[in-house]
Design a protein around this ligand. Sequence first.
Ligand SMILES: CC(=O)N[C@H](C=O)[C@@H](O)[C@H](O)[C@H](O)COP(=O)(O)O
Length: 226
Amino acid sequence: MDPIIEQLRGKVIASCQAYMGEPLRHPETMAQMARACELGGAGGIRCQGLSDIAAIKGRTEVPVIGIWKEGHEGVYITPTLRHARACVMAGADIVAVDATDRPRPDGKTLEDTVLPLKEEGVLVMADCATIEDIRHAFAIGCDIASTTLSHPGAAIDCGMADGPDVELVRQAVSEFPDKPVICEGRVHTPADAKAAMDAGAWAVVVGTAITHPTSITSWFVEAASK
Ligand SMILES: CC(=O)N[C@H](C=O)[C@@H](O)[C@H](O)[C@H](O)COP(=O)(O)O
């Protein structure tokens, strides 16, 4: 196992992302956020955009999973080889790519995107929606598979009660006991994180519940107004 991936075993990875037009969207702000998460024990950081990757690499010691999102629909998480290579150049230790079977904006396949990266020695995390995606991702040499895309329309517009796809983790781990399967998406509470780890997850990525104060505030506001 690659030492960087080994380093992530059993860890909480904090996803530090601010979305277009949001008040916290600034590389320095995200670097401060990432450092704060590291001080809280995060064993890795996931972040979006070349400037954020570079800023966070300069401020933290833990492995950084880089993505570059372009667009909002279909394949938007590191959709092409060009995006992935740029994340590597910006300093990402691992690059996460959309690993669903949906059409990609450059008309290439997932293999077309991942194989050159593997030849270049890049660690690739496959953001998956289904068990079929996870099987395919490992078959073509992705290093890590995650449940990131298992809930369509996920991202930040979900309520606090929606939990992670622990069942998908369990199934993937039973099929690939020696491979790193990461639980990502809607891990909103420490109990969710524990459930994911108990299901065999290699690590758990927590975004919104740690680093997106607008969503967290809205959860409290909603609860308080009932
Ligand atoms: C679907 C999609 O675009 N997910 C993105 C992937 O990087 C992020 O918007 C999420 O915040 C991240 O996956 C962590 O998930 P959560 O914020 O639910 O803990």
